[in-house]
Design a protein. Structure first.
Length: 253
């Protein structure tokens, strides 16, 4: 026995109670967190990559790792669909994206948990790149975390509806950026919309999946995200075939 503020406690009994006590979880079923370590890590990683771009040549790195449709289709460089999301074209570009990530990321990470937030960010980034791959000029190179950032906006709108948050500011921010995307010729609005749609879909899977048991909820979440990834992979394969048909008459092998 050991002394307690009121009476005495049995260590074995306390330990047994702790093991059987139901642990609190987020709205998506993830573990409750206190610090948004994933958000901070993503910001640190992206800034580090950009400093490397500045040191070695922003344009050169973009050509080697940016989202270049012909590079993906003709040379099998599919990794460009993800690496492009960690590259940026200017100080202003990265400053805006990292600011939005800093503002929105912690809220979503606390709502979803570390693992689910990582999944949301990466799948939204992929969704933005796939949309750009499908609809952009195959000769252009695009970079930026904007697809993932718009994915966070879409996810926050969906999660906000589920948790009855006031999402007015997010809707205003989204509207402003949609307008900017159409007015500026240098902005890849295709990636924005791709990330927005995919981020909203992933968030829908994570926060709206009904399941009485936690294990069942995780299973349905995995299947839902896998289905979204399957659509993105199938779309990428379709576009790749389309680009091959485009260059086939030119004798490119």
């Amino acid at each position: 026995m050991r002394s307690a503020p009121v009476g005495f406690q049995c260590p074995d009994c306390v330990g047994q109670a702790a093991r059987t006590m139901r642990q609190p979880v987020t709205i998506s079923g993830g573990a409750v967190i206190t610090k948004p370590y994933v958000t901070w890590t993503l910001i640190g990683l992206t800034v580090t990559v950009f400093l490397w771009q500045v040191a070695t040549g922003i344009g050169a790195v973009a050509e080697d790792f940016g989202m270049w449709p012909f590079g993906i289709a003709l040379y099998g460089e599919g990794w460009r669909l993800i690496t492009a999301a960690f590259l940026h074209g200017s100080w202003l570009h990265i400053a805006f994206n990292m600011y939005v990530l800093f503002v929105l990321g912690p809220t979503l990470e606390r709502a979803l948990g570390h693992v689910r937030f990582v999944v949301l960010y990466l799948v939204a980034a992929l969704g933005g790149s796939v949309a750009s791959y499908v609809f952009s000029d195959p000769r252009t190179v695009s970079v930026g975390a904007s697809g993932a950032i718009f994915g966070l906006m879409g996810a926050l709108i969906v999660a906000g509806r589920r948790m009855r948050w006031d999402i007015t500011q997010v809707l205003v921010l989204l509207g402003i950026n949609v307008v900017i995307g159409f007015l500026s010729p240098d902005v890849d609005w295709r990636a924005h919309f791709g990330g927005l749609v995919v981020g909203a879909l992933v968030a829908g899977v994570l926060v709206w999946t009904p399941a009485p048991l936690r294990s069942a909820r995780v299973l349905w979440q995995v299947l839902g995200v896998a289905a979204i990834l399957g659509v993105l992979v199938a779309t990428t394969m379709w576009r790749t075939g389309q680009l091959w048909d485009l260059v086939a008459p030119l004798g490119v092998t």
